[in-house]
Design a protein around this ligand. Sequence first.
Ligand code: ACM
Ligand code: ZN
Length: 508
Amino acid sequence: MIIPNPSTTKPSAGSFALNRECVIGVMDDGNAEARVGEYLHGLFAQSPFEIPLDITHFAGDAPNRSIRLLKKPSDHADIGEQHELAVTTDGITISAHNDAGLTRGIQSLYQLALQQVGLIDSTSIKEIRIPAIQVTDKPRFGWRGMHLDVSRHFFPVNDIKRYLDLLALFKFNVFHWHLTDDQGWRVQIDAFAKLTEIGAKRADNKPSGSGFYTKKDIREVIEYAKLRHIEVIPEIDLPGHTQAVLAAYPELSCTGGPFDVSQTSGIHKDVLCVGNEDTFKFVTGMLDEIAELFESQYIHLGGDECPTDRWKECKKCQKRMADEKLKDETGLQGYFTTRMVQHLEKLNRVGVFWDEVLELGLPAGNVLMSWRGMDHGINAAKQGHRVVMSPHSHCYFDFKHSKDPSDHGATWADPISLKEVYDFEPIPAILDAKAAKNVLGGQANVWTERMPDFATVESMILPRMCALSEVLWSDAKDRNWPDFRKRLAALTPWLEKNHNVHKCIHGD
Ligand code: ACM
Ligand code: ZN
């Protein structure tokens, strides 16, 4: 009864009584598993459980009544997150070739436990019976992402941790953190302090309109994610979606401003001036700090929805176009992108871009995120680019769940039902085997214009993220809608007790 559906599951008779008399047994051949043991300890030490398991190191035979974490030797490097989970009446064993695999096995065990607690009316459970089962598992895709926009509304670190806990529970491994947009700049940059002094504050003083993460906050989130084997990929959206930057530094615009941090949604015409060399000083200096702060090999640089109106009227931009022999303003964004990528290369990082950048000429080695449907992703994959599929037809969790007039969500888009998410296929049949290999995976995007608090975020992602997790983790042949609904029903009492869940969890 696990979501996403494992490769193989064999239930057997009986159950294991997990209580304070059990221990976590960590095989003593290095210290790496110790952190995995601490993660497991933390899960059962926190509400609704009150089962703080001791961690014991062992060399030969594992201790009795233990949850054993076994690292198996690996004869090939790219073993990914493959793992096994065996629950018998005597003990539990999780085995994998690396910490990521052990962590995914722990997450399956935790789900099995949460299904049992859903119906227990207590927040301090001292014993839980885990049904006997054998699971072998590995993911289909290496990029299983959830995005969160913290610009349109700001969510404090504790909310981000709750978000990461949900990602972990459903075995997502990428957190795409949309940190900047017209409506707010949310990350401390020492060389450009006005980005947060001015760019993180909206004048209307509405809840969650203002706020930013210090570097300490960001490091705390990265550590938290790392323990859950989730990669944190920052997005700095450039050169459009930058009105908050221009509020702080109007001299980087084409007109000189002044600007406010935007209080309205939609596409904004004032963007970075690409004719001004100071723009490049700003962007490269800012990215140096981003690269120092974030550990991921990827940095997302946006590239979406950049109007060219101001560039058309700007002497500096027009001069740049003439000097660089660029055909039109689209070429100007291409020029900007190329310079950004050159800087990322110096920083030893790979760029991720929204799909508009394919038309500008995506520099080789970078990743395209297909959002305006699948076609841009298909074309990019055929051209040899790596691709993440995130089409707004299936993956935009800011859209409503249903046509019900009381449903919350974007009003201008068709709803995306749970079943539609479940039916999403990241590798379209049109791609041949070689091009299909370029599809790294997929992700949902969570734009928060209409999500002023975390409870609303939860009601938009739950239960749709459960369906998406199965799309991205399970083999296509292991996807089965009626069976998914049964497994979701098993987890529903706990989900509803602890989170704000959309009512479609009970049927569509
Ligand atoms: C996007 O939704 N503008 C990437
Ligand atoms: Zn300009």
